[in-house]
Design a protein around this ligand. Sequence first.
Ligand SMILES: [Zn+2]
Length: 562
Amino acid sequence: MHSYDLEANGMATNLVNLDALIPREDFEEVSPEIKPVLGKKPEGLRLSDLDANRGITYGTLRKPDFQRETASWDPTTVAEFIQSFVAGDLIPSVILWRSPETGNIFVIDGGHRLSALIGWIRDDYGDKEMSVAFFENIIAAEQERAAVRTRSKIKKLVGSYGSLQSAFKYPDNADPEVYRNAKNADFFTIPILWVEGDAKKAEDSFYRINLKAVAIDPTEVRMIKARHKPSALAARAIVRAGTGHQYWAAFPVENQEKIRKQAKSIYDILFVPALETVITTGDLPIAGRSYAGGESLGLVFNFVSIASGLHLEATKKLVKKGRKKKGEVKEDIEADDNDGLPTLTYLGKVYDIAERLSGHEGCSLGSHPAVYFYGITGRFQPTAFLATVGLIQDLAKKKAFDWFTEHRAKFEEFLLRHRHFTNQIVSKFGGQLRSYPSLLKYYQDVLRLIADGRSFTEIELDLAANGFSYLKDRPDYDEETTGSEFSKAVKTLTTLREAIKGAYFCNICHARINQRSISYDHVEEKRKGGKGNPSNAQMVHHYCNGYKDRGGKTISPLPSSL
Ligand SMILES: [Zn+2]
């Protein structure tokens, strides 16, 4: 059974990005008036229809602008699909709608199937001409690896499209099997089901097919419905560093430029360096993987909701209505963005928090990713990321960063020694916004208790008495294994353990520093005659550097008896 029946296979990594191959267009650019169509529509698409050099259909293909990224298939699925097509296997119908107004053909269902064939025709599996232009040369390492793997699998299974074309031209010199494949590929069709009616009808079909059939993350549904709101626009801009489909193309040019620039700088703080499948370094992106289809988009969308205060607004509104449901955001509290300014406001708020988390300006706390954002299983933890955002926001509101700096090392030590608590909170309430309030409260409680001078044992007891009785102390996590070889997970865990042990420490607050966010401080201040020689230099957090300059009180290192 091929997974392309479902258009998605749920794998988070190793996915082929075919998003560039069919351009997006807004349904609403089309007038709703229906003109009677007398001509008979084709019942199937031939491969030549999809070849820009041979057919006319390719140039008219579009996908709805809110369609999620075409990046849910792995290399094997893409290669096996092309093999099935060439072998004349029964391919599930694609569902298309032809705009009576523009004559463009929208793909309602089947974006992956058609993009896989187009990718084959153009030899572009997310790394060649169209993709490079679409992503403006920002091709993630994983995206490139998946493309290379796909190309080599297809070559083995079917042959490249180019080799089939030259078999047609020079049949005498061709490998008989390749020649047969070439003839097959040009003969078979992909069956089409046409949606009849206006743009509204087509959009309804889209929802019916795409939002119900496949397990789509509720965040993604929210994003589709909020697609003209600044929160969704900001999230889409960030996750692609301002490249890809320009959802903001209708805004004034100078605002478009600002959106792209701001999105790129946020992207660089959140997603650089790219996260490898096996972690071999403590140099990690603070927001995990940028390339996981809807997953990172959902995280960024939630980040935008929290940063912009939308999340709180939504909760307040729900509480008022008597529908107290934690972690739910209602879309109707946001107006559509018509000129880009609301999107820029949101991006500004997100930038401030990202910069605070681990940027390069004076306000940066240089948070170590392995302390805050990667869990006991070695995986990136979206909820921990969001709760840290919430904590930062709270500290900013109370202007309490100096206070945080004084207690930071002990706070982080508590988090590290109780990493299973974070996992337990997330497994109790669910991912992202569902456990966000509880995890944020946990951070705030621990920080307050540490500032009150409580010992770790006292804090555990206090937490248990105040809503966290379900947290169970347990011995250090060990990945369960039966074989004698080290799995990817085990290698990752080992790296993280050593990265935490071997991290750089700030010489002012004594907490760990993200190696991407180091500030060098004069031990003896310049104004007091301190020189620029190595013995007078120390590594600190950017924030701590300013803290010391402002005369912040001296913080003692953690006692070894903790
Ligand atoms: Zn520090």
